[in-house]
Design a protein around this ligand. Structure first.
Ligand SMILES: [Fe+2]
Ligand SMILES: [Fe+2]
Length: 214
């Protein structure tokens, strides 16, 4: 794909990220892009489809946040991807492939990633939530909602998301520990194992620090 097209597309999606929570801003998309290309190369993905899909994958995230979850950003993102790419004169057969990736990149909707590009996007997107960057993102989110810095004795069953208990540590037990089991590509799984191990070591150290052991 011509670099020019890609630059134009990035320009076009920028307004969709204005004022969004930093966990899902354009920097997240850029990180997912770097990782997706690295994984995609090893998994034999079509890098053009992958690149376009990554740029568009969270284009409806703001709409989901503003509707308090009523709008599914994967589904709505698929619709917006159609509109944006049609307007740019992108070939129909390629749009179909991109839309499949966008529609299936979410953990929770019923649409399952089937193409290799969709699987790579799914993995790269979830990987941005774990490891060192995952801890930074979860901490940023916790700060945003006024949660505590750390709660070493957290009981996940008795705490709620979006509450003062929703620290990065809670997020770790509630969600992040299971990301590695959800990977769809071999390369994604490998990276997830390493990032998972880092989070375990990191929180282990933090717990020792707060107990006065380090
Ligand atoms: Fe997303
Ligand atoms: Fe994302």
């Amino acid at each position: 794909m011509e670099e020019e097209f890609f630059d134009k597309l990035r320009e076009k999606v920028l307004p969709y990220f204005e004022g969004i929570n930093p966990c899902h801003d354009i920097c997240h998309t850029d990180r997912v892009l770097s990782l997706a290309l690295a994984i995609g190369e090893k998994e034999g993905a079509d890098l053009e489809i992958l690149k376009v899909a990554v740029l568009l994958h969270d284009v409806a995230r703001k709409e989901q946040d503003e509707s308090r979850g009523e709008i599914c950003h994967a589904e709505r993102g698929g619709e917006l991807a159609w509109e944006i790419l049609r307007e740019m004169g992108y070939p129909y057969d390629k749009i179909v492939k991109v839309v499949h990736c966008v529609e299936t990149h979410r953990f929770r909707n019923e649409k399952i990633p089937e193409s290799v590009e969709a699987k790579v996007l799914f993995d790269a997107d979830k990987l941005d939530g774990i490891g060192g960057i995952g801890i930074l993102r979860a901490t940023s989110f916790a700060g945003h909602i006024g949660a505590v810095v750390h709660n070493p004795d957290v009981d996940v069953e008795n705490t709620k998301p979006y509450s003062k208990d929703d620290s990065a540590y809670r997020e770790f037990f509630a969600k992040l520990v299971r990301v590695k089991e959800k990977m769809l590509t071999g390369e994604g799984k490998k990276i997830a194992e390493g990032r998972h191990e880092f989070m375990v070591e990191f929180f282990d150290r933090v717990n020792k620090e707060v107990r006065g052991e380090l």
